[in-house]
Design a protein around this ligand. Structure first.
Ligand SMILES: *Cc1c(COP(=O)(O)O)cnc(C)c1O
Length: 377
């Protein structure tokens, strides 16, 4: 998106506005497939659940990772060609329900789709057996999340030492364990996490095989880092490591899937907002904009992510603070942003804000979520 295009969209649609460029989503998906050709990508819908994105990725060949019943239904409704009957055959190829904890009411509805669902403890297994006996199950392993921007290992995954017992427990109650999954933590820039996780999964698979249960699916999860800045090492370097470990550790006929969320959508969106207030505090210029951490910038709080705020205007810059529109003191976008002298009404923007951003927007303080504009659909 050129600055001119962004300004034109803000003029036409008003602010705050989030512009999602589907060319970039398709490019990210193609890059994922090019570097990990043996891995089917299941887009993690929670990163950005816009139905337009689901449709674009489905057309490109992606499958989907969902973590709630509404996400499951959203995907079903947006992937064409899946009649209720076809769903019986194709559902695993297109959807995995990867939230290890599921309400029993959800399992009850999911059961008629014969879904693929994850678990990481015996209580969940009992629930699946009782409410979704037709599901295939995937055991989620707990793996190191060292250095990842968002850590998941304290909430999800069984320890390696109990994994084989959990596989056996599932078969004992008549469920079929189809595979193993893990998540190395979101925005994982420490590639060793993937290496260690793959080695742990290989050990569990091999012991499971020796106990009479060969598992068919390896789900390497999400965590693939988006190129937020030049410090993020290229995806190709990570993919080389993953491919080498997979070739070394797993049989050729294993089916490998992944659940990229952020990697596919983060770089596809730009938020444009407007300066609505300006003050000087302790000698520092403070700008107030018509978006907030309760809205498009929610990732600052929930995703531990920073989005530099940039001006369209040029000129001598100084360090400023940028605050959101709400009346909450937590609503700080940045205490140190390099900006030129801006006037009320001027536009500002933030790039790479497509993941975990407007997805968790609220109506706090009465301000509605930003409008979303899709381009190059
Ligand atoms: C959130 C999530 C993902 C996506 O993670 P990213 O870091 O955005 O790639 C994948 N799988 C599961 C189970 C998740 O919870």
């Amino acid at each position: 998106m050129t600055k001119q295009q962004l300004r034109a969209i803000a003029r036409k649609h008003g602010t705050p506005v989030v512009v999602i460029d589907h060319d970039i989503i398709r490019r990210n998906y193609a890059e994922f497939r090019r570097h990990l050709p043996k891995v089917q990508a299941y887009y993690a819908v929670k990163a950005n659940p816009a139905p337009e994105i689901v449709r674009t990725l489905y057309r490109a060949g992606a499958s989907f990772d969902v973590a709630s019943l509404p996400e499951f239904m959203l995907v079903c409704e947006n992937i064409k060609g899946l009649s209720p009957k076809a769903q019986q055959d194709f559902i695993w190829d297109k959807i995995i329900y990867a939230n290890p904890t599921k309400p029993k009411e959800t399992l009850d509805v999911l059961d008629r789709y014969r879904p693929l669902v994850t678990y990481d403890n015996v209580n969940e297994l009992d629930k699946i057996k009782r409410y979704a006996p037709h599901a295939g199950v995937v055991l989620r392993l707990r793996v190191p999340n060292t250095g990842s921007m968002v850590e998941l290992s304290s909430k999800f995954g069984c320890d390696a030492g109990e994994a084989v017992d959990l596989v056996l427990a599932a078969f004992r109650v008549g469920l079929v364990v189809e595979g193993l999954s893990f998540h190395v933590g979101s925005q994982c820039t420490n590639f060793e996490n993937f290496v260690q996780a793959l080695n742990m999964a290989a050990a569990v698979m091999s012991e499971s095989r020796s106990r009479g249960h060969a598992l068919k699916i390896l789900d390497i999860g999400g965590g693939f880092p988006a190129a937020y800045n030049r410090h993020v090492r290229p995806f190709s370097a990570l993919a080389r490591k993953i491919n080498a470990e997979i070739a070394r550790l797993f049989p050729d006929d294993i089916e490998i899937i992944a659940e990229p969320g952020r990697f596919l959508v983060a770089t596809a969106a730009t938020a444009v907002s407007r300066v609505i207030g300006k003050a000087v505090r302790d000698g520092k210029t403070c700008y107030y904009i018509d978006d907030s951490v309760y809205h498009t910038y929610s990732g600052i709080i929930f995703d531990h992510c920073q989005y530099p705020v940039k001006a369209f205007k040029r000129g001598h810059t100084e360090i400023c603070a940028v605050f959101g529109q709400t009346c909450d003191g937590l609503d700080v976008l940045s205490q140190a942003e390099e900006l030129p002298d801006l006037a009320i009404g001027d536009l500002v923007y933030s790039e790479n804000i497509g993941a975990y951003s407007n997805a968790s927007s609220t109506w706090f303080n009465g301000f509605p979520p930003a409008k979303v504009v899709h381009v190059n659909q």
